[in-house]
Design a protein around this ligand. Structure first.
Ligand SMILES: [Zn+2]
Length: 232
């Protein structure tokens, strides 16, 4: 039986080769994020070793956080953008899992994240999740949680009303707009705990800020933030 499964798996690889999402040229082995040349080029940040960093600076003077970090730098038309796109829209969950493991390993080595107790992904609107088949932040967060041997919870911070368009709104209006769209359930699950909120890409920080303000109502001991990618 195992032999048949192996043959079928080989056959699948021949028919649907696992093409590198970054360069679209090289075929790579199963379970790999990108091909070897692209892996060497991935622009990792140094945020896990530096408390004062680009992601943390989004929250200065706005909302209190303990630690913040992005895993990769994100630029328009860069291959990190291709990777994120492939993860979000091409059903390439494997990318988020591999990057989540990498983030988890960095967190275990980082004084700002080592003591984290719970991972909370930024929720996606149920309609969007249905269309996409998964919440990319949950996939990323679940891989972090498994690596750190801690819990990931998707039943504490939940999506409320649908987002109005953020276009044409100033920062305060944007925060207010998204603030109304998150709700808390099962508050006791994060009370007195060091919570790490995770998301795919941080742009203005307005979504994360709204999530953090909502999470504080459940009285966690600390809130930290980890994103898969951030602007350089
Ligand atoms: Zn490649």
């Amino acid at each position: 039986m195992n032999a048949i499964i192996d043959i079928l798996s080989e056959l699948k690889n021949v028919i649907f080769p696992n093409v590198c999402p970054a360069c679209h040229n090289n075929v790579m082995p199963q379970g790999r994020l990108v091909c070897t040349p692209c892996l060497c080029e991935l622009p990792f940040t140094d945020h896990f070793d530096h408390h004062d960093n680009k992601v943390a600076s989004h929250f200065y003077g706005r909302v209190k956080i303990y630690s913040a970090a992005g895993l990769l730098y994100f630029r328009e038309n860069s291959f990190v953008q291709d990777i994120v796109h492939s993860f979000k829209y091409n059903h390439n969950k494997e990318i988020g899992i591999v990057l989540g493991k990498m983030a988890g390993e960095k967190m275990l080595m980082s004084s700002g994240f080592r003591q984290a107790e719970v991972i909370i992904p930024v929720p996606l609107h149920p309609k969007k999740e249905y269309v996409r088949g998964y919440n990319q932040s949950f996939v990323f967060g679940e891989a972090i949680a498994k690596t750190m041997k801690i819990e990931v919870l998707n039943d504490v911070l939940v999506k409320g009303k649908s987002n109005e368009s953020q276009t044409g709104k100033n920062r305060i209006e944007r925060v207010k707009n998204v603030l109304e769209t998150y709700d808390l359930k099962n508050k006791d699950k994060i009370k007195n705990k060091h919570v790490v909120l995770v998301d795919d890409v941080i742009t203005t920080g307005a979504t994360l800020e709204a999530c953090i303000m909502t999470l504080y109502e459940a009285l966690p001991s600390k809130i930290s933030v980890v994103t898969l990618a951030c602007a350089q």
